[in-house]
Design a protein around this ligand. Structure first.
Ligand code: ADP
Ligand code: MG
Ligand code: MG
Length: 893
């Protein structure tokens, strides 16, 4: 088997085998860009190594050696030759990029003799020992798994003695001494020597990179990013180039566009006289890439040209690593850049305008969930201004990942995770800088704040990828992890105090700030959604009960109301007493009187809704919940009655008792009524259509209100299309009886009013039996709407009101259920019933109108499923409408 590929043997489309980094190094080589030569050990070799209990598969080491020989020949240098040494890096690189999550070693091939040789060759002892000490340090932490702090402490001590801020300024003799100290540390902590034999270094480094695939932080990252655990990592062996050879050398990271906003400008960080991780680790203050333009305009122009070329070639924004060695530019990595939702949308739209991709590709490049960001809370401008006026604006840093977040300060990842998960607190994780093993804390936090690091720092990268608001590089911020506090602008903020960060502007505020949901007005998202609308075949409706919800939904692009829950209208203060009177009525007359009072209220509700929905269908569900929900709580009533009884006993027939007696009688009759309505399983009890059959006057009133409002609107010139929806049908007779009653009422109203309204009667499918007899139901029903909340509840036999706080979460934790069926539709079970209902329903009535109105209607996976089922539309909450529009387009493409 071929385990090893030279760069010029690979190609960009071989990411499965060569990993993303390796495949793109090969592709850049093909494109003629200056890539230091090297070779790639395949992901399959990694998988074979891990499967065999961490042993090299047969032939791998021989192939690695052969490739190394070729590399040596090509470079005219050889590994371990003090006179003419080849140095290499050994870099991880999986198919999907996992920035910083796995390991990389630089400067392999150095040992005591080679270091001396390098001094002689370059005449630069500082450089040679800077490279050597880095190798020993990385070898200790990465290969031997030693903690990093002791190494850092040594460096710190030398810096302190010299009164220096950064390592780059340490003199050669210090770096040499540091190298020895590191070697000593390794011997002391691991009981073995730093290997002087370069081939041994290479072999151990390869193994370490393989193993890092299964490191904790890599696993956590994959879990969060939904990357499978069985891909394995490739290992890239790359000839070293040196950014740490003085002031005309350096290293940097750029994205070909601004990945926070999507603006078309190169964006990134640069550090002179530095190597590798220095830029991303945030340990030294970096320069904006524009600094390179001032210092080395020619190199900058060259870099910009390469970036352009890469962007055109890959047809996407790239994230590029480069190093300059004594005035010569080298390209070390390119990949599709991670970006914020905002940038993703703008970039996709602009790439279409630049003719690099087509509309379909652009639509597919934005994930439906990313749209959510545009409707994410932002700080209310007035509240922000008030905070500024109060002097609560503490500092401004780099706005690397947009969005607003308030929460309590947690100063390490474990605390952030604990507070968020166990104490359900909103947390802002604050660190001097973040490291790959902080990822679990960053994921748990609402927002991230660091005092160091640039736009391409680890914190920024991870925050952007997971859509967490982040502000980094707030240099005025002093983070004291020992004293557990921050100092900024002369104020001390303790761990546990509340901070607010605005990742869109980079501002940091003391205390909490109020948030608002912004309008969807970004020019790029509107354009992208228009394109999406052109591709989708599924309609997108909204669930809305009130005119202002309906208005919001229309603004966000919905094409109708898929569910208006009429009972919400009954709960309002001015109506509830009449509703209760209606429920408690002892005679027909009493009930009719109460209903007559309710009629104008209902009519007004529908008038408002119809006017807003002019020209679009409005699906109105008749009353659904059990009646006891409109009455006072049983236990509260019981308590009141008992209390009144005791008080009366104490008063013993005194004058004041009179009023109390009346009150008691009233409460007693309420209690009696509630007790008589008590059901063991109210959700399976007198509700939905059953209630309509039990209290025909109630639903007749609702239908009258709907049609009186519809007739009036029609006269006003508003175009109405009411769809009356009967809930909880299980038997076709229920539907037949109910529809007869209601349609008669509707016709009566239209005759009275002398107006004809276009309308439909239909049913919800939310009990398994309804799905099974859908052919019978379709004889009466002109539309079906899948009420997947109830349908899931009744199919699974799991109460949705109790399960999510109880055993269901245990099931999910133990992976008894792969997913929460109330969040993502259970396609195998509930979905099969839907499929059956679609087939049977259309068998009876080919033009049967089909939709879904459960919570699932806004879930992209469920939307794709509904598309496959051939539904006409999905209906979801107004804020999910744009997400659904994009998801429906994805389903169609
Ligand atoms: P990561 O995936 O964490 O970015 P990399 O393998 O890309 O890890 O390497 C870490 C750092 O070392 C990067 O900044 C990279 O540019 C630098 N680096 C890797 N190989 C070389 C090399 N051959 N010469 C110079 N710098 C290198
Ligand atoms: Mg890299
Ligand atoms: Mg229901």
């Amino acid at each position: 088997e071929k385990w090893v590929y030279l760069f010029d043997e690979g190609r960009g489309d071989m990411k499965d085998l060569l990993g993303g980094k390796g495949a793109n190094l090969a592709e850049m080589t093909l494109l003629g860009l200056p890539v230091p030569p090297g070779f790639i050990v395949t992901t399959q070799a990694c998988n074979a190594f891990l499967a065999a209990g961490n042993r090299f598969p047969e032939g791998l080491w021989e192939q690695e050696l052969a490739a190394l020989r070729k590399l040596e020949k090509r470079m005219g240098r050889s590994l371990g030759d003090p006179e003419n040494a080849l140095l290499v890096s050994c870099r991880s690189g999986a198919k999907l990029s996992m920035p910083g999550m796995m390991d990389t070693l630089l400067n392999l091939g150095l040992n005591d003799a080679v270091a001396e040789g390098l001094v002689a060759e370059t005449g630069d002892a500082r450089f040679a020992y800077d490279a050597y000490r880095r190798l020993v340090q990385m070898f200790g932490t990465v290969v031997l798994g030693l903690p990093g702090e002791p190494f850092e402490r040594v460096l710190e001590e030398y810096r302190r003695q010299r009164g220096l801020e950064n390592d780059a300024a340490l003199p050669a003799e210090d770096l040499e001494a540091i190298t020895r100290a590191f070697q000593h540390l390794i011997r002391e902590k691991s009981g073995r020597d730093f290997p002087q034999e370069p081939l041994e270094q290479l072999r151990l480094a390869t193994e370490a990179v393989f193993r890092s695939w299964n490191g904790k932080r890599a696993r956590d990252y994959r879990d969060a990013a939904g990357i499978p655990h069985d891909l394995g990592t490739a290992v890239n062996i790359v000839t070293m180039v040196f950014g740490n050879r003085g002031e005309d050398s350096g290293t940097g990271v750029v994205t070909t566009r601004n990945v926070s906003t999507g603006e078309r400008e190169m964006e990134g960080d640069y550090l002179s006289n530095a190597q590798g991780e220095d830029v991303v680790s945030g340990t030294r203050p970096t320069l904006r890439i524009s600094a390179l333009k001032e210092r080395h305009p020619k190199l900058y122009a060259q870099l910009a040209r390469y970036c352009q070329k890469l962007e055109r070639h890959f047809r996407d924004v790239q994230d590029v690593e480069f190093t300059i060695e004594q005035g010569k530019l080298w390209m070390l990595q390119t990949r599709d850049a991670k970006r914020t939702a905002q940038a993703a949308v703008r970039i996709a739209v602009e790439l279409v305008r630049e003719k690099l991709i087509n509309r379909k590709q652009a639509v597919l490049r934005v994930k439906p969930e990313q749209i959510d960001f545009f409707l994410h809370p932002q700080f209310a401008p007035a509240d922000k201004q008030a905070a500024r006026d109060r002097g609560d604006l503490l500092a401004t840093g780099l706005n690397v990942s947009p969005g607003a977040a308030s929460g309590v300060v947690a100063l390490d990842a474990d605390t952030a995770e604990r507070w968020s998960k166990e104490e359900k607190k909103a947390v802002i994780m604050v660190r001097p800088e973040t490291r790959p093993d902080d990822v679990h804390g960053m994921l748990a936090a609402q927002g991230i704040l660091t005092s160091r690091g640039g736009r391409t720092s680890h914190a920024a990268l991870v925050a952007r990828q997971f859509g967490k608001p982040a502000v980094v590089g707030v240099s005025e911020l002093e983070v004291d992890c020992e004293k557990r506090q921050l100092t900024v602008a002369g104020r001390v903020i303790r761990e546990g105090d509340t901070l607010s960060i605005d990742g869109t502007t980079g501002e940091v505020f003391a205390g909490p700030l109020e948030t608002v949901i912004p309008d969807l007005k970004d020019e790029y998202i509107l354009e992208l959604l228009r394109w999406a609308d052109g591709f989708r075949t599924l309609g997108v409706y909204a669930n809305a009960d009130y005119p202002h919800d309906a208005e919001r939904a229309r603004q966000l692009g919905s094409e109708g109301i898929g569910l208006c829950r009429t009972e919400h209208m009954f709960f309002e203060k001015d109506r509830l007493p009449h509703v209760q009177r209606m429920i408690l009525a002892r005679t027909e007359e009493e009930r009719d009187e109460a209903l007559a009072t309710l009629l104008p209220f209902q009519r007004k509700d529908f008038l408002g809704l119809f006017r807003v929905m002019d020209g679009q269908p409005v699906t109105i569900r008749l009353i659904d919940p059990p009646l006891h929900e409109f009455l006072p709580n049983h236990d509260v009533l019981l308590h009141d009655v008992t209390e009144l009884e005791t008080r009366l006993e104490l008063l013993e027939g005194r004058h004041e008792a009179k009023g109390l007696e009346e009150k008691l009688a009233q409460k007693r009759s309420l209690l009696e009524a509630v007790e008589s309505m008590r059901e063991a399983n109210p959700m399976l009890g007198l509700r939905g259509v059953r209630l309509g059959i039990h209290l025909p006057a109630l639903v007749r009133m609702q239908v009258r209100a709907i049609f009186e409002a519809a007739c009036r609107c029609t006269r006003e010139g508003v175009h109405v299309f009411p769809k009356v929806m009967i809930p909880l049908i299980a038997h076709s007779n229920e539907l037949r009886v109910e529809k007869e009653l209601l349609e008669a009422e509707a016709r009566a109203v239209m005759e009275e009013q002398g107006v004809e309204v276009e309308y439909q009667f239909g049913t919800m499918i939310e009990i398994p039996r309804a799905a099974i007899i859908a052919d019978q139901l379709a004889r009466e029903a002109e539309f079906f709407s899948f009420g997947t909340n109830d349908l899931t509840q009744t199919t699974y036999g799991i109460s949705r009101d109790d399960a999510e706080t109880g055993f269901l979460s245990e099931y999910l934790q133990k992976r008894i259920l792969p997913e929460n069926p109330f969040a993502t539709l259970d396609q195998r079970g509930v979905g099969a019933l839907m499929e059956l209902a679609v087939r049977l329903g259309r068998q009876t009535r080919p033009k049967l109108d089909l939709g879904i109105c459960g919570e699932h209607g806004g879930d992209p996976k469920t939307i794709a499923f509904c598309h496959r089922l051939g539904l006409d539309y999905v209906s979801c909450s107004p804020y999910r409408v744009p997400i659904a529009r994009l998801a429906a387009a994805h389903a169609a493409l």
